[in-house]
Design a protein around this ligand. Structure first.
Ligand SMILES: NC(=O)c1ccc[n+]([C@@H]2O[C@H](COP(=O)([O-])OP(=O)(O)OC[C@H]3O[C@@H](n4cnc5c(N)ncnc54)[C@H](O)[C@@H]3O)[C@@H](O)[C@H]2O)c1
Length: 448
């Protein structure tokens, strides 16, 4: 779907207007192209002098990913990223070390740069003072995300003390253009369940040999998820309703995938899916609950079946399918379950009591399921903000423009941005990333 404002503002007249009237001036976001290095430029790492514990894990991960780094910035040089290990900050008076590291380097960043701060989960710290200081990192990173501009992103990654060597897949995602529309997020590694990185993949095709089931795969975000998982090496089984069979077959034909046409709310759908993946594929490694519907009406005008249908497709079906796949042992060890929530489930939205309840429920589903899983299986969710699809093209113009511009990127995201985030969560090396809900919203002000 096109953003005509962004095309117009990039003309010479548009640039003049943007400058003089203070209009939003969104930068073209860089996105990953298959075959490119993960990071096209050099990253500056810091935090060793503050006593951070992650130094060798961090440089080891960057070496493994083929990302160039230096530990001193040179005058006049330009950098594509900054990574600060803040795990050595154990009291609030040490927080100034963030400012000492970042302030002199921010002007030397290229456009679409990546900033990552690494910390210790506040609940896993040794003293109250350390807990306070680590919690403070959230305010720092979220504010820097709102300041940095020019398509750059800022994240905080809390690494549990036993998960130092489980950071590679997360750094690969957050430092690369794959995270183009993810900013201001707090990611937790190793906070729930096993922190064993489990498998070291071939980083160019990390999903080679994996089987992925993607619901709602015939169009929109689901189609992109299928394409990106296939690009990363997975065999994809696309699922969609019989009315979308033709489009589904076409997408699956393009990527050499398999298909299953059914309504995920049908009583026998979970059993059919379990049977299909077990008999045809020997089990499934990645399950993406993407299929979703909106049925908007203010609650005072809402009919029973309209309220119920959004809950049933978006929430009850993923719950039932997951339960059956787990019961039937159809999800392989080190498997991945990934939900698709929404910013509406965090902030609420006028006319969306049913949709927002279902999407907040997806977050609850992640929280409830993550501690229960075994054999390295994880569950996480993405929460997209304004993504350019047929669904958002149907939103009235003014609401659409507000949704597009009220975020740090001043533009809507693309389906591929959600898909790349899912591919990171699906990575076999992301075993220690469990129980997270990651917003793909360009750091939207709503529900921030
Ligand atoms: N587009 C956005 O801005 C946005 C924002 C937040 C969240 N999301 C979520 O992302 C997901 C994908 O959204 P989209 O914009 O691509 O929507 P879309 O309407 O373009 O695609 C949804 C797909 O799900 C399928 N589907 C619907 N009901 C189904 C059922 N009962 N059984 C099987 N398949 C079914 C549809 O046929 C369709 O192919 C949804 O869960 C949506 O709620 C989207």
């Amino acid at each position: 779907m096109s953003d005509r404002y962004q095309s117009l503002i990039h003309t010479p007249v548009g640039q003049l207007l943007a400058k003089n009237l203070g209009l939003p001036n969104p930068v073209d976001l860089e996105r990953y192209t298959e075959g490119d290095p993960l990071v096209q430029g050099t990253v500056v790492v810091g935090g060793d002098s503050s006593g951070g514990r992650l130094g060798s894990s961090l440089t080891g991960a960057l070496d493994e990913l083929g990302i160039a780094y230096v530990d001193e910035a040179t005058d006049g040089a330009r950098y594509k990223g900054l990574v600060f290990d803040a795990t050595g900050i154990t009291s609030s008076d040490q927080l100034v070390e963030l400012q000492h590291f970042f302030t002199p380097k921010l002007r030397s960043l290229e456009t679409n740069a990546r900033i990552v701060v690494l910390g210790t989960p506040p609940e896993a710290t040794g003293t109250p003072g350390e807990r306070v200081a680590q919690r403070a990192l959230e305010g720092f990173t979220r504010s820097l995300g709102k300041e940095v501009g020019r398509g750059s992103t800022v994240q905080l990654v809390y690494v549990a003390p036993d998960a130092d060597d489980a950071i590679t897949s997360t750094l690969g995602f957050l430092l690369s253009p794959k995270s183009a529309y993810v900013s201001g997020q707090v990611v937790r590694i190793g906070a729930v369940g096993s922190s064993d990185p489990a498998e070291t993949p071939d980083w160019t095709h990390p999903l080679a040999g994996k089987v992925a089931l993607v619901t709602g795969a015939s169009r929109g975000i689901g189609e992109q998820i299928a394409r990106v998982l296939h690009r990363d090496g997975a065999t994809v089984i696309g699922v969609d309703v019989p009315q979308a069979a033709e489009e589904l077959h076409q997408v699956m034909k393009d990527i050499g995938g398999d298909h299953l046409t059914l309504d995920i709310t049908a009583k026998d759908a979970p059993a059919r899916m379990a049977h299909h993946v077990k008999t045809k594929h020997g089990g499934v490694d990645i399950v993406v609950h993407n299929a979703g519907i909106t049925r908007d009406k203010r609650l005072m005008n809402m009919k029973d079946d309209v309220f119920a249908s959004a809950i049933s497709v978006n929430l009850t079906a993923p719950e039932r399918i997951t339960a059956t796949l787990l019961e039937e042992k159809a999800i392989n060890p080190n498997g991945r379950i990934i939900g698709v929530a929404s910013i509406a489930g965090i902030a609420g939205n006028m006319g969306q009591t049913n949709y927002a309840a279902s999407k907040a429920g997806v977050i609850g589903f992640v929280e409830a399921t993550a501690p229960e899983l075994e054999d390295g299986i994880t569950v996480n969710a993405v929460a997209p903000g304004f993504i350019e699809t047929k669904m958002t093209a149907a939103v009235p113009l003014m609401t659409r423009e507000v949704g597009r511009r009220l975020n740090s990127m001043q533009q809507g995201g693309q389906p591929v941005d959600v898909a790349e985030t899912i591919a990171w969560l699906a990575n076999p090396a992301s075993t220690a990333v469990n129980g997270n809900v990651v917003r793909v919203c360009g750091q939207m002000m709503l529900g921030a």
